[in-house]
Design a protein around this ligand. Structure first.
Ligand code: NIG
Ligand code: FE
Length: 409
């Protein structure tokens, strides 16, 4: 048993709902707090003196100075396994060329596919580890990572194997997702339907036999796959027991409707969602994931986060960290920016990057500092938890615990 404290404040996020608005008054903030951990799990969070009394034989990790503790963040949507860089695209977009125009002229996602295919599995593993560790330093202790820059059976397997081996070599937990349905690759000789059918026949069985992922993602967009093209693919994924997540309503609507039709665990992007889509999402069990990093990266509207929450939806916030639309990779900065434009409470933002994001990954053992959860938490050198969003990402965590181990100090 180990006791960590005393902490000026500890934000538990206990008892907050998965769906709908949250007032900051509902946040449970324990002053002069401590955390008791054992075998990587939280045993108790409480007032520091009470913990010292309850666990007289525990090892004490005494903190000098003032700290605020919050749960380790969960980034439920990233593409951090990639080769190369797309600084050229960024410059072109800012000079007036659109994301879709760049994609149509051979840049965009296809450019990253070319760069990623040039990497060996070992090189990709190193890239994943480097990016995951960078994220971990910013307090992100669980990171979803998509494939989707391989776009052939062998290249997608290479990416997913790299993500899974990276998971064993970083302290962060990585959750792999197959995004082979990102785009039909230029070198595939056949229709969109034929490409998807080829994936179902040749890729899905290996994903299951090698246990590479439990999650299937698809990009539903006029430039990628249509609702009718993707239907048999998602049907097969569902029948095989995969969780489905969808890149939905990024530039045009249609994707979120498909997500709901297939009972997706999350529908992500939603920048183009209108009242009809917002209403349907809010009345479903699907988590709506806002990706403010893609809005900032592309100079587009934000997802209608306020409306989704007010209608009773479950809103998570993720970074979408990728080399094209969201190169920044700073979840707290992006979530703080979304908060100012969409008017989200501090509690809603913290929920969106912790337990609501965990639910989008089907993880219910993290995202709140409560007994029984994983001991994943981060400490900021401050006395007021509101400083975290106030500094819009520039206040960095000072100490980070992952599964009960101090991984950054
Ligand atoms: O989530 N929208 C599609 N896919 C990614 C972008 C990938 C890329 O541009 O490389 C996204 O924004
Ligand atoms: Fe994405």
């Amino acid at each position: 048993m180990e006791l960590i404290g005393p902490l000026s404040q500890l934000v538990t996020l206990q008892d907050l709902p998965l769906r709908g608005p949250i007032s900051d008054n509902d946040l449970v903030v324990i002053s002069n707090a401590g955390i008791a951990i054992k075998n990587g799990t939280i045993v108790a969070v409480d007032n520091w003196e009470s913990l010292l009394t309850s666990f007289p034989n525990a090892n004490i990790h005494a903190l000098e100075g003032a700290y605020v503790a919050v749960p380790g963040y969960i980034d439920c949507h990233t593409h951090i396994c990639f080769g190369g860089n797309r600084a050229r695209d960024f410059a072109l977009r800012n000079a007036g060329v659109s994301y879709l125009e760049i994609a149509q002229s051979g840049g965009g996602i296809w450019d990253t596919v070319t760069q990623t295919r040039k990497c060996t599995e070992q090189e990709l593993t190193q890239i994943v580890i480097k990016n995951a560790n960078k994220h971990l330093q910013l307090g992100v202790t669980t990171i979803e990572v998509k494939s989707g820059y391989g776009l052939s059976v062998e290249e997608e397997l290479k990416m997913l194997r790299a993500i899974n081996s990276g998971n064993n070599k970083t302290a962060a937990d990585l959750v792999a997702t197959c995004l082979a349905a990102h785009l039909k690759p230029k070198d595939f000789n056949g229709s969109n339907e034929a490409y998807l059918d080829y994936l179902v026949t040749n890729l899905f069985p290996v994903l299951q036999s090698e246990n590479l992922t439990k999650r299937i993602d698809a990009f539903i967009e006029t430039s990628a796959f249509s609702a009718s093209e993707i239907a048999p693919y998602l049907q097969s994924a569902k029948e095989l027991g995969f969780d489905i997540t969808i890149h939905a309503d990024q530039f045009t609507t249609g994707g979120s409707e498909v997500a709901l039709q297939y009972g997706a665990i999350s529908a992500d992007h939603l920048e183009a969602s209108e009242d009809k889509e917002i209403e349907a999402l809010a009345n479903s069990n699907t988590i709506a994931v806002a990706l403010p990093g893609a809005s900032v990266g592309l100079g587009c509207a934000f997802a209608p986060a306020r409306k989704i929450i007010d209608k009773g939806g479950a809103l998570a916030i993720a970074s979408d960290w990728n080399p094209g639309s969201a190169p920044m990779g700073d979840l707290v900065c992006q979530a703080s920016i979304l908060a100012t434009f969409e008017k989200l409470t501090t509690a809603e933002v913290l929920a969106g990057i912790t337990f609501r994001a965990a639910a989008a990954l089907n993880l219910f053992d993290r995202g709140r500092l409560i007994a029984g959860n994983k001991a994943d938490f981060i400490l900021y050198s401050t006395t007021d938890y509101r400083d975290i969003l106030y500094y819009q990402g520039s206040l960095r965590p000072s100490k980070i615990w992952k599964s009960g181990k101090l991984v950054s100090a």
